[in-house]
Design a protein around this ligand. Structure first.
Ligand code: 2P0
Length: 350
């Protein structure tokens, strides 16, 4: 009876990531396999992140999960796939001090409780599913003493949400679409770590924190109806020059290709039937403001990119550019006006 009372817990924190070369479209809906490679930058965990605590106890009689304090169902295929893949790789766990020993095969009958919190608006186009599934897979792997490296874990997180695979590494990360039907080579790889290009400052201009719809059905409609969708994301030379720009910290090339990819993504969305509009008037005005300033400076100071929502992510080449950008944003979008725009500065610890 005494032995029934223990609980073992693990807590982990995972930052979200912002796609600079977008993932949009799947070749396998269940395994979540993309039709193109994508690249993202992982944010500083001090700002936008998910914190997840996972617990196991013989007293638990089913797997349960709470998101931001509210219980959610784990019955969906995405959660089930992640739980199954992690459980299949579980190992012996021992806490000698407390006299707890779990052997590998016990995991089949033990249930987990999962509590997850986002420190930013959930599903507001700020990639909450990315941080969420990455953190879920990572914390469960720690709890169950899974020995796989982050690449292997990324392939499991990918089955929760495609973009989640890129949150298992810091810095710039590439999700390689892979060729295998079982998805074994559809994994995230780190291009450069977070120290490589640390002058960059990321500003998130929150245009709206309203919850967005699920993106998966819209992605599918794009693949089925868009004539503009480019599964190869341009020529291979273009993709290589993008990775080179990151390696060489070549901001003008990086900015030009980042803005172009974002604009192409939104063009492809509008080319979907029925058309998908993620950006609104304010989003367009933010882009206009950045484009105008970049042109007047003669060389790009700030790159912009937006995902499946109206918010703008601005990547400034350095702190000075970030400060000047914020001044411009505050001038054009005064706080508490009609176009209220809350700006979060990310990656600047001062
Ligand atoms: C990205 N987005 O690369 C792209 C850019 C939105 C625009 O990944 O169905 O939530 O869970 O794999 O990852 C949003 O889609 O989709 C996304 P699922 P996900 O970040």
């Amino acid at each position: 009876e005494e032995s029934q009372k223990w609980v073992l817990m693990v807590t982990a924190q995972t930052p979200t990531n912002i796609a600079v070369i977008k993932y949009w479209g799947k070749r396998d809906e269940n395994l979540i396999l993309a039709i193109n490679d994508s690249i993202s930058v992982t944010l500083d965990p001090a700002h936008l992140c998910t914190t997840t605590t996972v617990a196991v106890s013989p007293a638990f009689n089913q797997d349960r999960m709470w998101l931001n304090g509210k219980e959610i169902s784990l019955s969906g295929g995405r959660y089930q796939n992640c739980l199954r893949e992690i459980r299949a790789r579980a190992n012996d766990v021992e806490d000698e001090k407390r006299g707890i020993k779990i052997v590998k095969k016990d995991w089949e009958n033990l249930h987990v409780h999962i509590a997850s919190y986002n420190n930013f608006p959930t599903a507001a186009g700020l990639a909450s599913s990315a941080a969420g599934f990455a953190c879920l897979v990572y914390s469960l792997a720690k709890l169950m003493n899974v020995q796989e490296d982050n690449g292997k874990l990324s392939a499991i997180a990918r089955q929760g949400s495609g973009s989640a695979c890129r949150s298992l590494y810091g810095g710039f990360v590439k999700w390689v679409m892979g060729k295998e039907e079982n998805g074994s080579d559809s994994v995230a790889v780190q291009l450069v770590d977070e120290k490589h290009w640390d002058e960059l400052v990321i500003i998130i201009a929150v245009v709206s924190s309203r919850q967005m719809k699920q993106v998966a059905p819209q992605m599918l409609e794009t693949v089925e109806t868009s004539a503009l969708i480019d599964t190869g994301k341009g020529s291979s030379t273009k993709r290589i020059s993008y990775e080179e720009a990151i390696q060489n910290r070549d901001f003008p090339t990086f900015a030009q290709l980042t803005c172009a990819d974002s604009n192409q993504f939104h063009a492809v969305c509008m080319d979907t039937s029925p058309p998908i509009f993620y950006m609104n008037d304010t989003s367009h005005r933010v882009i206009g403001c950045v484009e105008k300033w970049n042109r007047s400076e003669g060389t790009p100071q700030v790159a912009y990119t937006s995902d499946a929502g109206p918010n703008a992510v601005l990547i400034a080449r350095n702190r000075k550019a970030a400060t000047l950008m914020l001044q411009r944003l505050l001038f054009h979008f005064p706080p508490n006006s009609d176009t209220d725009l809350n700006s979060y500065v990310i990656g600047d610890k001062s």
